[in-house]
Write a protein that binds this ligand. Structure first.
Ligand SMILES: [Zn+2]
Ligand SMILES: [Zn+2]
Length: 153
């Protein structure tokens, strides 16, 4: 495996990792098409750039060392922010689950009420039919009695 001198740290640890792509095994610099690839955002910067044009990530070995302390503080803050975001997201998911539960409960109650209403309607229909039958029976009895009286008279 041929190694080249890294333009960032000057160590002979640059190895070919793909077509016109190189990686330094010493400083972890990643070079693609003669540009320095930002390890944070993937933006291709000029080799002489000290910081990424997009995300300000330090790109040279010197600025990496200088910013190591502030970077670790920053990434700790970033992790914390990410944790908070995850907690928030989890809480949100819980809330939507609760909302879903409430919705399902309302739906269940509505269905029960509908079923009860249907049963009551059925019962009312049955009672009405019952009374109609009784009324019809009485009417027929009266008619029969009346025709019997007429026949006798
Ligand atoms: Zn290097
Ligand atoms: Zn970047």
């Amino acid at each position: 495996m041929p190694t080249y001198e890294c333009p960032i740290c000057s160590e002979e640890k640059l190895v070919e990792s793909g077509p016109s792509a190189y990686k330094c095994q010493h400083c972890r610099a990643s070079i693609l098409d003669g540009k320095l690839v930002c390890s944070a955002c993937g933006k291709q910067n000029p080799l002489e750039a000290a910081k990424c044009e997009t995300c300000q990530e330090p790109l040279t070995i010197f600025s990496r060392v200088v910013s190591r302390h502030s970077k670790s503080t920053r990434s700790w803050r970033l992790d914390q922010a990410r944790d908070q975001a995850n907690t928030l997201k989890a809480a949100e998911a819980d809330a939507s689950e609760v909302r879903m539960e409430v919705f399902l409960e309302i739906d269940r109650k509505r269905k029960t009420a509908e079923r009860e209403a249907a049963l009551m309607q059925e019962e009312a229909d049955r009672q009405l039919f019952h009374y109609v039958r009784i009324g019809l029976g009485i009417f027929l009895a009266i008619v029969a009695v009346a025709s019997l009286i007429i026949a006798l008279v």
